[in-house]
Design a protein around this ligand. Structure first.
Ligand SMILES: [Zn+2]
Length: 548
């Protein structure tokens, strides 16, 4: 391929933050065929401008490597957020009123909702009999805010044939009351396998609607500066949906999808997951596999070294954790990097025991093998020994700063802190310590569990409180990270985590995935970053969002 003499895209009058130590700052960037071909001062424009060059003048706005959300569920969120948004509902009366209204308006006899917090129910325990009579006979499925549990109406339980406890390969549970007639489901369904019993009866939106909702969501993400996301769920249906959505036109950003490997997996399932690694579109590809070793601390389903204050969170999501280990080793042998949701210290310890002997990834220019490090998601509470171990191991840590800043109270009064007690809660979201121990730390949102706005998340990583709430006390302020570390967590770190050294940096030869924002994210006060407009998003050399 001959080298180009003119650029397809020139970005000038920019405050370029390259994250390249050899040239940290620049004023202009030239792009050709999706690759950065020059970085420098005003001379770049003179050198590369041609008759067909698109020129974007940033007027002094900052240009950084493109932002990548290291943990997101854009496709899964289409079903996770089916129906009415219940995130603002705070009392049982409000919920019942809302459900009655939704039931009256329903045209298919169904009511669905999402984002409901358990505190709406007495004792924080969702029960169908507290809402059944408000539904006027409609079938109802409410997905809780933690995305790990759901409430099915009694009518839905009946339609789904769920009339008692079930046993799964996972420790998911159909929660039941003990009655004189034996155990009776309350409607509360804990973790994936139990939720699936109700999920598969719920009507899904028509394909065209799913495609347009996905495209519009991805467009919103690109408009907020994201050039890519690591997608932490997937199955045959969601991969097909991505392919069909791309048939309608290029996706607004790049997606790397790690499909699920769930308890109960057999050799054929593992072979399928390996075969899926070949699936790729223009801006999406399957890369890696997602597993979950535990659930959540709030739900009492995490795996802690020692039980929580309620005597819960004592074991794996896998009824047989050794089956998890076998699946991971089989995937590793096939060259597939794994990503494991590991929230409690006991779960992290178990996963580290499995991953450490598998060793580091092989370099891109050597024989076939696994190209990226295995990876741990969430890591909500870690004792010192695990921080040190993760730092030494080369295993990637993936953290979501707004889970800490938005769902936990500094005074320890929230459910998460109460369950863990002060010492373990004090060891929450140790981002700074992990970086200090040498770990590669990827940052992300876990959308739709928290919002995907990278500016607010980078701000929260620095503040350890919601950037929009000046009065909130910081949670674990000693774990606040610098502005540069926050930006790195959204740029260079996710690139290195997937073994892609040509991204997450602005230098000659790097992929032209770029984000421009009104203020310099490495020097602006966090609140200014959160409020700054994203003025340009470039994916593969093509502007996908532009306000200038
Ligand atoms: Zn997630």
């Amino acid at each position: 391929m001959s080298s180009p003499s003119t650029a397809d895209l020139l970005i000038v009058d920019a405050d370029v933050v390259t994250l390249d130590p050899a040239r940290p700052r620049a004023r202009a960037v030239a792009v050709s065929r999706g690759v950065v071909v020059d970085v420098g001062g005003d001379e770049v424009a003179e050198r590369w401008r041609g008759s067909r060059t698109e020129v974007v003048t940033l007027g002094g706005a900052a240009l950084t490597p493109g932002w990548v959300d290291g943990h997101s569920h854009p496709v899964g969120s289409l079903t996770m957020s089916a129906g009415a948004d219940l995130t603002a509902v705070r009392t049982l009366d409000q919920l019942r009123e809302r459900l009655a209204q939704l039931a009256r308006e329903s045209t298919d006899g169904w009511v669905q909702g999402w984002g409901l917090v358990p505190d709406v129910f007495p004792g924080g325990v969702p029960r169908a009999d507290l809402v059944d009579d408000a539904l006027g006979g409609a079938l109802c499925l409410l997905r809780m805010a933690d995305a790990h549990s759901a409430l099915a109406s009694t009518s839905l339980l009946r339609a789904a044939g769920v009339d008692g406890p079930r046993r799964f390969a996972s420790t998911a549970e159909v929660i039941c009351d003990a009655t004189a007639d034996g155990p009776r489901p309350t409607g509360f369904l804990l973790e994936w396998d139990a939720m699936a019993l109700a999920d598969r009866h719920a009507p899904s939106a028509p394909d065209a609607e799913l495609r347009s909702r996905l495209r519009s969501l991805l467009g919103d993400m690109a408009a907020q500066g994201l050039v890519g996301a690591h997608v932490m769920d997937g199955d045959a249906a969601s991969l097909d949906l991505l392919a069909r959505t791309e048939d309608d036109g290029d996706l607004p950003l790049r997606l790397r999808v790690a499909p699920f490997c769930m308890p109960g997996v057999d050799d054929d399932d593992v072979a399928q997951l390996v075969a899926w690694q070949e699936r790729t579109g223009r801006r999406w590809r399957v890369a890696g596999v997602k597993l979950m070793i535990d659930g959540t601390i709030d739900g009492g389903t995490a795996w802690l070294d020692h039980a929580d204050a309620n005597g819960e969170s004592t074991g794996s999501y896998w009824r047989d954790p050794q089956a998890y280990a076998r699946a991971v080793r089989a995937l590793d042998a096939a060259g597939v990097p794994t990503v494991t949701h590991a929230i409690g210290d006991g779960g992290v310890r178990f996963v580290m025991d499995v991953l450490e002997p598998l060793g580091p990834p092989v370099p891109a220019d050597s024989a076939p093998g696994r190209r990226a490090a295995h990876r741990l998601e969430h890591l909500e509470t870690l004792p010192d020994d695990l921080v040190t171990r993760i730092g030494r191991s080369g295993i990637t840590a993936s953290m979501q700063p707004t889970h800490c800043s938005h769902f936990v109270a500094a005074d320890g009064s929230d459910n998460w802190s109460v369950r863990l007690g002060p010492e373990r809660a004090g060891h929450g979201w140790r981002i700074r310590d992990l970086l200090g121990a040498g770990a590669l730390v990827v940052l992300g949102s876990d959308w739709p569990v928290a919002h995907f706005d990278a500016r607010a998340i980078m701000a929260a990583a620095q503040l350890r409180r919601p950037v929009e709430d000046d009065d909130a006390a910081p949670v674990g302020p000693d774990q606040a990270i610098s502005a540069v570390a926050a930006l790195t967590g959204y740029t260079r770190a996710p690139a290195l985590a997937v073994g892609d050294a040509a991204r997450g940096v602005i230098r000659v030869g790097a992929a032209a995935d770029l984000t421009a924002v009104g203020v310099d994210p490495t020097t602006a006060p966090p609140a200014d970053l959160a409020a700054a407009p994203v003025v340009l998003t470039v994916v593969g050399g093509a502007p996908v969002h532009r306000t200038l």
